[in-house]
Design a protein around this ligand. Structure first.
Ligand code: KG4
Ligand code: ZN
Length: 374
C-alpha cells in the first residue's frame, strides 16, 4: 500500500480547545488484531469509559488469530462496542470533540472496519478525525497512565524524551521517543517478536493461545536454571534482537524429551527457563541501547516498557532494576493498557490533535506502517 495515501496535515487553527479550560474528549477505536475496543478519554488523562471485546475464544481452537474470522467478528461487534462506550460514560456523540481510530499497522480487514466506523462518525458529525498508528498508541499510552513495577499505586509522569521497549505480538523494538510522531529506531528484532516467541513456546507445549500470559504464569512456579536456552546476539554489540534460536532450541529439547517426562514440573521449568532467556536478551539489548551515543546525547530520564509483553512481571522487574542502575525512572502502563485497547488509541488521538495532525483528505489504512514513517 502506498504511503502517499495517508495525508495528515497541519490543522493548527482547529486547536481552539487548547485555549479553554474544558478538557478535550476523544473517542478512540481499535480493531487491528483480535480486540474490538473503544474508549472515551479526555485531555486531563481521565478514561471515562473503556470497552474491550476480546475475540480470543473465537481464535483459540486455531491456536492463533485467523484474519478472516477476526474481520467478521469486528463487523459484528463494532457498533455495540461504540454505543456501550458512550452509554457507560453517560455521553452522546455530541459531547465528543475528536474521533480517532487505528489506521494501521495490523490485519487489514479489521483495521478497515474500525477506520470506516470512525470515518463515518467523524464525517457525519463534522468532528476532527485522527489516523492513529497502532504502535504509536502503545508508545504514548504510558503518558496517559503509568506506574513503576513495584509501586502500582502512584502515577508516574512520563515526559519526552524516553527510551521505550515496545514488545507486542507483532513488534519488538527499542525506540527513542523524542515527541509525538518523533521516533528513532535504536534496535529491532531480526526474526520473531517477543510476543510471537511466547506464543510459539506455548503452542509447542500445547498450552493454548495467547501464550504469553500462560507461559508467564507457568514460569512463576518453575526453575529458570533447569534448562540452558541460548541468548542470541547477546555476545554481540548492537541493540537488535533474535528470538528464533531460542525457539529452535526449545523445539529440539522437547523433541528429545520422552513424553512421560513432560509433566507439570517439566513444563513450569521449561517456561521459566525460556522466559529467563527472553528477559536476559531484553536487558542485554537495552543496556547497549542506554550506552548508545544516539541515546546518551538525548539523555532520556525514563525507561519505559509497552505493548502486550509489557504485562510480563519478570520483564517489568528486570527493566526496573536496569533503570535504577542507570539512575533513571521506570514506567509501565497498567496491565489493561498493555495489550491492545481503545484507550491508547484515544490518548494518541488527543496527543496528535494537540500537535495539529488531523486528517484532511481520505486516508487508506496500511497493513504495514513503521513508526519511523509518521
Ligand atoms: O500488544 P498486543 O496486545 O498485540 C499486538 O499488537 O501484537 O500483544 C499481544 C502479545 C501476545 O503475543 C501475547 O502472548 C503477549 O502480548 N503477552 C504476554 C503477556 N501477556 C500478553 N507476553 C508475555 N507475558 C505476558 N504476561
Ligand atoms: Zn498492539
Amino acid at each position: 500500500m502506498k504511503n502517499d495515501k495517508i495525508i495528515i496535515t497541519d490543522m493548527g487553527s482547529l486547536n481552539e480547545h487548547t485555549h479553554t479550560t474544558k478538557p478535550l474528549l476523544c473517542l478512540g477505536i481499535e480493531s487491528s488484531c483480535d480486540e474490538t475496543s473503544a474508549a472515551l478519554v479526555d485531555s486531563d488523562r481521565n478514561i471515562l469509559s473503556h470497552i474491550i471485546y476480546s475475540q480470543i475464544p473465537e481464535h483459540q481452537q486455531y491456536g492463533g488469530v485467523v484474519p478472516e474470522l477476526a474481520a467478521r467478528a469486528h463487523i459484528l461487534a463494532i457498533d455495540e462496542v461504540i454505543k456501550l462506550t458512550l452509554e457507560r460514560a453517560g455521553k452522546t456523540i455530541n459531547d465528543v470533540d475528536i474521533v480517532a481510530a487505528t489506521a494501521g499497522p495490523g490485519l487489514i480487514g479489521g483495521v478497515l472496519i474500525g477506520w470506516m466506523a470512525a470515518t463515518g462518525i467523524a464525517n457525519t458529525t463534522n468532528k476532527p478525525l485522527i489516523a492513529v498508528n497502532h504502535l504509536e498508541g502503545h508508545a504514548l499510552v504510558p503518558r496517559l497512565k503509568a506506574t513503576s513495577a513495584c509501586d502500582s499505586t502512584t502515577d508516574i509522569d512520563v515526559k519526552f524524551p524516553y527510551l521505550l521497549m515496545l514488545a507486542s505480538g507483532g513488534h519488538c523494538q527499542i525506540l527513542l521517543v523524542r515527541g509525538v510522531g518523533k521516533y528513532e529506531l535504536i534496535g529491532q528484532t531480526l526474526d520473531d517478536s517477543a510476543g510471537e516467541a511466547f506464543d510459539k513456546i506455548a503452542k509447542m507445549l500445547g498450552l493454548g493461545y495467547p501464550g504469553g500470559p500462560i507461559v508467564d504464569k507457568r514460569a512463576n512456579s518453575g526453575n529458570p536454571k533447569r534448562f540452558k536456552f541460548p541468548r542470541p546476539l547477546c555476545d554481540k554489540p548492537g541493540c537488535d534482537f533474535s528470538f528464533s534460536g531460542i525457539k529452535t532450541a526449545a523445539r529440539m529439547l522437547l523433541d528429545k524429551t520422552p513424553q512421560t517426562d513432560i509433566n507439570d514440573e517439566f513444563i513450569n521449568d521449561f517456561c521459566a527457563s525460556f522466559q529467563s532467556a527472553v528477559v536476559d536478551c531484553i536487558i542485554n539489548r537495552l543496556t547497549n541501547a542506554l550506552k548508545d551515543n544516539r541515546v546518551k546525547s538525548v539523555n532520556p530520564k525514563t525507561l519505559v516498557v509497552a505493548g502486550g509483553v509489557a504485562k510480563n512481571s519478570a520483564i517489568r522487574d528486570a527493566m526496573e532494576k536496569l533503570a535504577i542502575k542507570f539512575s533513571m525512572q521506570f514506567a509501565a502502563p497498567p496491565m489493561n493498557l498493555c495489550t491492545d485497547n481503545g484507550a491508547m488509541i484515544a490518548w494518541a488521538g488527543i496527543e496528535n490533535y494537540k500537535v495539529g495532525k488531523v486528517v484532511k483528505t481520505p486516508v487508506a489504512p496500511r497493513p504495514r506502517w513503521p513508526l519511523t514513517e509518521l
